[in-house]
Design a protein around this ligand. Structure first.
Ligand code: PGA
Length: 247
């Protein structure tokens, strides 16, 4: 089954209207492979601005959201508000949410369920820490994280699974193509055994962690690597090279 290549940019807590505006000008003018689905994760305060400036062929994502539509939750944003800005995606379970802000698997599961019920697509992130990889428990960790997400998903067509080894995020230490392929393959097998063969074959599993213009092509050539979630390099013109990794 063919899975449309998917590249997410995760701008994190970076940029301002000037620099993000320039980045979007570059993206809008670039020649981008029409066979790639592109989604830019913008800071929540700029969602409206980004959605209005970025070409409609590119998607936009929030980088987080809360698990209910509205109420007394100071500082939070909801899927309903994200959709009200014309934005159709949200990144959930990013390792920085998990490990800097202490979000639990349970909360990430609840957010996933609510975001999907509200009609957003979800880029659901999972990944092991360095000590977990060195301790030989990578599979155990990513399967457990995937299970909590899977328990909260009814429609997998709206989910992209992002495998992001924590030791590779923002470190310049990209997983090797074989390391990425190995985990993606195991995740697909897990989905086959625990969800369904159809979902295992159709869900996009993307890789994140120090992806660059230099590393993207070989990673993209791996059978089970269906795209990327890109942090640092998504803020640079180099992002265009990554969008065109399969072209
Ligand atoms: P990085 O970030 O590309 O800067 O390593 C990836 C991510 O956190 O999604």
């Amino acid at each position: 089954m063919s899975r449309k290549f998917f590249v997410g940019g995760n701008w994190k807590l970076n940029g301002d209207k000037k620099s993000l505006g320039e980045l979007m000008d570059t993206m809008n003018a670039a020649k981008v492979d029409p066979n790639v689905e592109v989604v830019c994760g913008a800071p929540s305060i700029y969602l409206d601005f980004v959605r209005s400036k970025l070409d409609a062929k590119f998607g936009v994502a929030a980088q987080n959201c809360y698990k209910v539509a509205k109420g007394a939750f100071t500082g939070e944003i909801s899927p309903a508000m994200i959709k009200d800005c014309g934005v159709n995606w949200v990144i959930l379970g990013h390792s920085e949410r998990r490990h800097v802000f202490g979000e639990s698997d349970e909360l990430i599961g609840q957010k996933t369920a609510h975001a999907l019920e509200s009609g957003l697509g979800v880029i659901a992130c999972i990944g092991e820490k360095l000590d977990e990889r060195e301790g030989g428990i990578t599979e155990k960790v990513v399967f457990a994280q995937t299970k909590v997400i899977a328990d909260n998903v009814k429609d997998w067509s709206k989910v992209v699974l992002a495998y992001e080894p924590v030791w590779a995020i923002g470190t310049g230490k990209t997983a090797s193509p074989l390391q990425a392929q190995e985990v993606h393959d195991k995740l697909r097998a897990w989905l086959k055994a625990n969800v369904s063969e159809a979902v295992a074959n159709s869900v996009r599993i993307i890789y994140g962690g120090s992806v660059t213009g230099g590393t993207c092509k070989e990673l993209a050539s791996q059978k089970d690597v269906d795209g990327f979630l890109v942090g640092g390099a998504s803020l640079k013109p180099e992002f265009i090279e990554i969008l065109n990794a399969k072209a």
